[in-house]
Design a protein around this ligand. Structure first.
Ligand SMILES: [Zn+2]
Length: 144
């Protein structure tokens, strides 16, 4: 398989998949639908939408929803994610929680956003520098 960071992809095609997913968003409270589509190293695409809940803190973003579904299908090496949502024509970058969540799987994931109808591609390292990485189960100062 190709190194996830080197795989070429079509940003516009990935945005189309994200838009399809956004059409399924469950957003009765915010009316802010978001769709995400993740391309994996084997060419698979897994998408997700945001799902709100009356207990607001339980709501989940499209990006994490898509990545969790992908893990369930055995996909662990994302190459790129496209995210679209909110008002038409406005850029919809992933929230901080999703950036950290996605960094678990590819610290330099390509992030495709739509700005006035055109794809723009960032890297996760640009949008989330100095990422947290769990350093293992070694002994800690407090002895736990
Ligand atoms: Zn998020």
């Amino acid at each position: 398989m190709t190194d996830p960071e080197e795989r070429c992809f079509d940003p516009e095609a990935l945005l189309i998949e994200a838009k399809k997913a956004g059409a399924n968003a469950y957003v009765p409270y915010s009316s802010f639908p978001v769709g995400a589509a993740i391309l994996f190293d084997d060419g698979s695409v897994v998408s997700g939408c945001n799902v709100e809940n009356g207990s607001y803190g339980l709501s989940i973003c499209a990006e994490r929803n898509a990545m969790a579904a992908a893990v369930n299908e055995g996909h662990l090496k994302p190459v790129a994610i496209a995210v679209v949502g909110g008002r038409q024509g406005e850029i919809c970058p992933p929230c901080g929680a999703c950036r950290q969540f996605l960094s678990e799987f590819n610290s330099n994931l390509s992030i495709v956003l739509e700005d006035k109808g055109k794809p723009i591609v960032y890297s996760l390292r640009e949008l989330l520098p100095l990422q947290f990485k769990f350093s293992g189960k070694g002994e800690t100062k407090n002895g736990r």
